[in-house]
Design a protein. Structure first.
Length: 245
């Protein structure tokens, strides 16, 4: 049995907290970190085979953008029934993509190939895309880069294809915003993170993870041409939506 390495990266008090990076230290504890830091993460991953079965059409491509360890790519592969599909798992962090490559290469009963790419998602080509998943990745791009990326994704999609966009969100109403952040931190504390860890990680993510409101995400997708933008999952200040071409 493989023991999951515990995330204690922010456990010790530090004078100068460096900006958060997806380096080897983070990659080595990432499975534990994301489970205890993103409410509903496991549920979102568990739903993806259902979407994959429905939306992957014969000969189409599926993209896992900002794939980290490859959880999305593996979940898509488990659901795809259509023949001749291919999954591209893309991340620009070498420490992540190396681990993702090992996961993708492990024996699997599912036939769809997974190709791993160490690349910036702003620079890759999209073609015949039936499913494009950005599972907590868009939030790490500069805000100005989000619309051009989503537009290129839209252009590379087949009619009827879907984008799955999961994000940490913020709220215009200050009361809701503060309340949801507070509840989120209480949830993290209940998951074993100390107040020091929560506060130091928050500082490290400042200016690295820039959340937007659900309304902003929706408006941007609709302006590009996506239709039926519907949140299908929300827990505290985290949500996942689907949008169709
Ligand atoms: C929160 S993690 C995503 C989690 C992952 N999708 C999952 O479901 O387990 C964000 C990932 O996006 C990657 N990333 C951030 N900016 C990127 C970019 N411009 N191009 C490619 N990958 C990027 C990071 O290296 C990191 O692995």
């Amino acid at each position: 049995m493989k023991i999951r390495k515990k995330d204690n990266i922010f456990a010790r008090a530090t004078d100068r907290i460096a900006a958060f990076e997806f380096d080897d230290k983070v990659a080595s504890v990432f499975a534990d970190m994301i489970e205890r830091s993103v409410p509903g993460y496991a549920d979102i991953i568990r739903m993806l085979p259902v979407l994959a079965e429905r939306f992957a059409v014969a000969g189409s491509n599926c993209y896992d953008l900002g794939c980290s360890l490859g959880a999305v790519a593996l979940a898509l592969r488990a659901g795809i029934k259509a023949p001749g599909c291919r999954i591209y798992a893309v991340d620009n962090a070498p420490a992540m993509i190396a681990r993702c490559r090992d996961h993708a290469a492990a024996p699997s009963p599912f036939p769809t190939p997974i190709e791993t790419l160490c690349a910036d998602i702003r620079e890759i080509e999209f073609s015949r895309a039936a499913i494009v998943v950005l599972n907590f990745t868009l939030q790490f791009l500069p805000v100005a880069d989000r619309e051009p990326l989503l537009r290129r994704i839209y252009d590379g999609m087949v009619p009827g294809g879907i984008v799955v966009l999961s994000e940490k969100i913020t709220h215009d109403d200050p009361y809701s915003r503060d309340l949801l952040i507070d509840i989120y931190h209480a949830w993290k504390h209940a998951n074993g993170y100390s107040q020091l860890e929560i506060s130091q990680k928050r500082t490290a993510l400042e200016n690295v993870l820039r959340p937007e409101t659900l309304a902003v995400h929706r408006r941007r997708l609709e302006q590009i041409g996506f239709r039926h933008c519907e949140p299908w999952f929300q827990c505290f200040n985290f949500m996942s939506l689907t949008a169709c071409k």
